[in-house]
Structures are given as structure tokens and as C-alpha cells.
Design a protein around this ligand. Structure first.
Ligand SMILES: [Zn+2]
Length: 230
């Protein structure tokens, strides 16, 4: 990957990627971080690729303006947990505790982001395991293991060895959305595809899923805004 900047205020960063597979140029703006990537065929001169980018500059800048800025997590900041905004406060005692509107993180303010991150991963695992257990029991097929990661490209996955993987960031989404992702991945234990049979199975396990799917499509990228200093 090769970087290039189009002049302006601010300068526009372009990542140039030559690809053996690419038949023509394709320009992509990441919904997660606004990163611009131009993929172009290996035989095409870079000058021609840059010319293409320049033609699209106003469109690119407009796309980037839709991108939501990131939030640095610290005491006094707000973040959603189970779909509800909570103010991060300094807590007493030894444990992280939460009520309807706040989450209390004990200890030094400097360590609060890491502490909070650990706690969120822990409750994400517990909520996702509970949901997966329920759907797997309904399906009548067990899963082999469950892991929690910080993935950018997907909310969950199901391997051919029946391993479920989820993004811990789902703990910030409304519970209905977290449950939908669990039902979706559990359904893959039976149907390793996105056929109509698969979607019927998701419907049987979860019920109407269109709203949750739409939520992920429209608002899912916002869960990636929160930075925990990691
Ligand atoms: Zn799927």
C-alpha cells in the first residue's frame, strides 16, 4: 500500500493499492474510519490512477464528511452499553458497576479506559454466550467454542468446526441486535451459507430480524468510534 495526499484543507489521504486481480480501478471509502483506498490494475500507471482520484475529489470529500469522528474513552465521556447511553464515572470499591444511566469504574482515572474495556469484553462474552446457548438449544445443535474479538469487518462468524466468534463491541448495541447476531451465527451451525433456508432458520430462531439487520447496516459502524487507548 502506497500513500498519497491530495492537497487541500485538510489534505485528503489516498491509499493506493495495486492488485493483480483488479480489472479496473475501484475507489472505496471505509464506513468505519473514512479511509480512502483506490485499487487499480497492476499494469496501470500510477499517474492515471491519481488522475482518476482527482476527478472524484469532491465526491470523496463529501463521503468523508459523513464519517463520524472517534470518541476517546475516559472518565466523563458517554458510551452506549446494551443500547443505552451511560456516563463513565469514577467508582468506589473494587468492581465496575452499572446503573441505568452511569457506569462506575474504580481506581485511577488513567487506567479507567483499560479497566472499562476489560469489563465490557467480559459482559459481552456473558451476554453472547447466554444468547448462543438459547439459540443452539432451540436449533438442537451445540457449538464447540465461543470467542470474543475486536473485529472490524464482521460482527460474528461460525467456523466449520462449530466455533462461534463475535465482536465484543456488540455489547454497545441494543440487546435485540446482539441477539440477532447470535441467532445468525448459530443458524450457520446448520446452514453454512446465506440461502433462503438459512434465513428461514434465522426467522425460526429469532423471529423478525429485518429491524436488527437494518440497525447494523445503518448504525453498526458507530460502535467502532469508541477508542479505549489500546
Ligand atoms: Zn452469515
Amino acid at each position: 500500500m502506497n500513500q498519497h495526499y491530495l492537497p487541500g484543507n485538510p489534505p485528503l489521504e489516498i491509499n493506493l493499492r495495486r492488485s493483480k486481480q483488479a480489472k479496473r480501478m475501484s475507489l472505496r471509502v471505509s464506513r468505519l474510519d473514512g479511509r480512502v483506498t483506490l485499487t487499480f490494475p497492476i499494469g496501470l500507471p500510477e499517474s492515471q490512477a491519481l488522475e482518476f482520484v482527482r476527478e472524484k475529489e469532491s465526491w470523496l470529500r463529501q463521503q468523508q464528511s459523513h464519517h463520524v469522528p472517534s470518541v476517546k474513552i475516559e472518565i466523563g465521556e458517554t458510551l452506549p452499553i446494551l443500547g443505552q447511553d451511560r456516563l463513565i464515572c469514577t467508582g468506589q470499591g473494587r468492581r465496575v458497576v452499572m446503573d441505568e444511566a452511569r457506569i462506575y469504574v474504580p481506581g485511577d482515572a488513567a487506567t479507567a479506559p483499560r479497566r472499562l474495556l476489560g469489563h465490557l469484553k467480559q459482559i459481552a462474552r456473558s451476554e453472547l454466550a447466554t444468547a448462543s446457548d438459547i439459540y443452539a438449544a432451540k436449533l438442537g445443535k451445540p457449538y464447540a467454542r465461543l470467542s470474543i474479538r475486536d473485529t472490524r469487518s464482521r460482527w460474528g462468524s461460525c467456523s466449520s468446526e462449530a466455533g462461534l466468534m463475535y465482536s465484543w463491541r456488540l455489547i454497545m448495541a441494543p440487546p435485540s441486535v446482539l441477539n440477532y447476531v447470535a441467532a445468525h451465527e448459530v443458524a450457520h451451525l446448520s446452514e453454512m451459507n446465506h440461502s433462503s433456508d438459512f434465513w428461514q432458520l434465522v426467522q425460526n430462531l429469532y423471529g423478525d430480524f429485518e429491524d436488527s439487520r437494518a440497525w447494523l447496516r445503518e448504525s453498526g459502524h458507530e460502535l467502532h468510534r469508541y477508542q479505549f487507548g489500546d
